[in-house]
Ligand binder design. Sequence first.
Ligand code: SF4
Ligand code: F3S
Length: 115
Amino acid sequence: MPYVVAEPCIKCRFTDCVDVCPVDCFRAGETMLVIDPEECIDCSACVEECPVNAIYADSDLPDRWSEYAELNAVFSRQWPLISESQAPLPTAEAFRDVKEKRHLLTGARDEALGS
Ligand code: SF4
Ligand code: F3S
């Protein structure tokens, strides 16, 4: 039951989640982070840290974001490790309440997922 970063992270990427993770699960894309499901030990520490409530146990993912379990698994094998928090993206405040951000997700291999 790994944890999953879902759509609210896109264009925000606050990275508060990174500092509390005991096992370096997070991988950084241009517009969001993902969690490596092979590394996550299900401690749930990151959930409370996210200012936009982007992180869920995979079993609790809202239906509209169900694809993010696969997106996290795929991108975590392609994106680099991030082990310390960074400044949020410049777009973070403008996008924190924006719904429907899936089309703004970018990644070198995003095309492989048909988007
Ligand atoms: Fe890291 Fe725990 Fe969050 Fe998994 S649930 S990503 S181990 S902080
Ligand atoms: Fe994203 Fe929230 Fe972490 S916005 S980078 S999941 S703190």
